[in-house]
Design a protein around this ligand. Structure first.
Ligand code: SAH
Ligand code: SF4
Ligand code: F3S
Length: 442
């Protein structure tokens, strides 16, 4: 590769989960420290960071078409943009990306992206570099201070996963479970609040496994961290995601009842409603233990909105077993949900299990499941009509004078009137749609 000019503008494109969004923000901060500025909307950037996701095949393959598109657009404009591949595809495929995509000059994994500035210096000199090292917790100490924040901010508290669900790549791409230290998190939360955050969502592949030592050396779990953050008078809302049914303890259940700033929303993936499938997935909970757990949460916080993740067509799943998933949906009545067709991932145990399900069967099951989930989401939104609640204003709407924010139950709420981004306003919910509600300021 020939040396190139140092990039003046960047674009970070994040795919996949919210942890990638958080990482994408941190990479943008690193680039900003080097004096590189975000490329204006609609213009090509000198440096593109593709912050990728490996969770399903479609997501992973997308990176190659994106690389093709970016280099072609560059060629047409007579430029050669620098391309970095970050995130979970970088971790999983490493050098393979270098071999398959000559236009890429940097490949950096989710635990190594604090090295991006050095890699960039090399790339400018025409050297290609791959860094997929996994030193636990090393990157956070080296990242810049938080100086800018949207009203709703993400804060990664925990990374990696030790659960090894048989379909999932995360334990391989993100490594073993590690918790960021309590004091470091309290500090970062303060910085985010000083920079404008009103709401913080604590992130991790398995946040319920977070543990640390508080200021006086006591062992605390997620609930203890939430309680500490709730003491900040300028922080109005706290959320967390994603948690695993096996790690939810009494403290976090109680916290939903006693900490008003902890929002009444719980994303608790179940994946399947059938015990044989759950066992084959290595989920360590049954349909019944999951339902019992939800009962305890709902007893602590009766207006709790629930959301979940589902996989249809796991190897060997029969029609009757799939119907158990429909049944659990019927029983829980989720306010929101994410559902996917099983996608075999290289290196995971389920990829080599017999009896892989035909694509048309998966399509049919996904459609039936999503119809049920859409019905429940609509019913949940309809049941919110006539309620008055606080809405955190996150951005302007399409029409002048229109604003978009979030209800405590994570519903999008539109309204018109006098407001500013970051305001917490009282709104009456007037009309329900599938994905949002119309409201009125009170
Ligand atoms: N840590 C979280 C989320 C992991 S990834 C959890 O344990 O719930 C987000 C979702 O992607 C999973 O909950 C699962 O529903 C889905 N998923 C993961 N691997 C998949 C695969 N191989 N095929 C289809 N969906 C998958
Ligand atoms: Fe993947 Fe299971 Fe870990 Fe979630 S708990 S990240 S689905 S291995
Ligand atoms: Fe995807 Fe990695 Fe997140 S595989 S879902 S970006 S942890």
């Amino acid at each position: 590769m020939k040396p190139t000019n140092a990039p003046k503008t960047y674009r970070v494109k994040s795919f996949g989960c919210q942890m990638n969004v958080y990482d994408g923000e941190r990479m943008a901060e690193l680039l900003a420290e080097k004096g590189i500025t975000p490329a204006p909307e609609g213009e090509d950037a000198d440096l593109v960071v593709l912050n990728t996701c490996h969770i399903r095949e479609k997501a992973a393959e997308k990176v190659y078409s994106d690389i093709g598109r970016i280099s072609k657009a560059g060629e047409e404009a007579g430029k050669k943009p620098l391309i970095a591949v970050a995130g979970c595809v970088a971790q999983a495929e490493g050098e393979e990306i270098m071999a398959r995509a000559p236009a890429v000059s940097m490949v950096v994994g989710p635990q190594a992206y604090h090295h991006l500035p050095d890699m960039l210096d090399k790339a400018v000199r025409g050297e290609r570099a791959t860094d997929t090292d996994m030193p636990a917790n090393a990157k956070f100490a080296e990242l810049p201070q938080r100086r800018k924040s949207a009203p709703s901010a993400f804060l990664t508290i925990q990374e990696g996963c030790d659960k090894f669900c048989t379909y999932c790549v995360v334990p391989y791409t993100r490594g073993a479970e590690i918790s960021r230290p309590f004091a470091e998190l309290v500090e970062e939360a303060k910085k985010l609040v000083a920079a404008g955050a009103k709401e913080i969502t604590l992130l991790g592949q398995n946040v319920s496994a977070w543990s640390g030592e508080d200021h006086v050396g006591h062992r605390v779990g997620l609930a203890g961290l939430v309680a500490e953050l709730a003491k900040d008078p300028d922080l109005a809302r706290i959320r967390y995601t994603t948690s695993h049914p096996a790690d939810m303890d009494e403290d976090i259940i109680e916290a939903h009842g006693s900490i008003a700033k902890l929002m009444p929303y719980l994303h608790l993936p179940v994946q399947s409603g059938n015990d044989r499938v759950l066992k084959a997935m290595n989920r360590s909970h049954t349909a019944e233990s999951y339902l019992k757990l939800l009962e305890r949460f709902r007893a602590a916080r009766p207006d709790l909105a629930l959301s979940g993740d589902f996989i249809v067509g796991f190897p060997g799943e029969t029609e009757a077993e799939f119907k158990d998933t429909l049944k659990i949906v019927e029983q829980v009545r989720y306010a929101a949900a994410f559902s996917f067709k099983y996608s075999p991932r290289p290196g995971t145990p389920a990829a080599t299990m017999g009896d892989q399900i035909a694509p048309e069967v998966m399509d049919d099951r996904l459609q039936r499941l999503q119809a049920a989930l859409r019905r429940d989401q609509m019913a949940f939104n309809e049941a919110s009509v006539d309620k008055t609640c606080q809405v955190l204003v996150e951005r302007r709407g399409k029409k002048p004078g229109q604003w978009l924010g979030k209800s405590p139950w994570l519903q999008s709420v539109w309204f018109e009137g006098d407001a500013n981004i970051g305001d917490l306003v009282e709104a009456e919910l007037l009309e329900a749609g599938q994905n949002s509600l119309a409201g009125r300021l009170v």
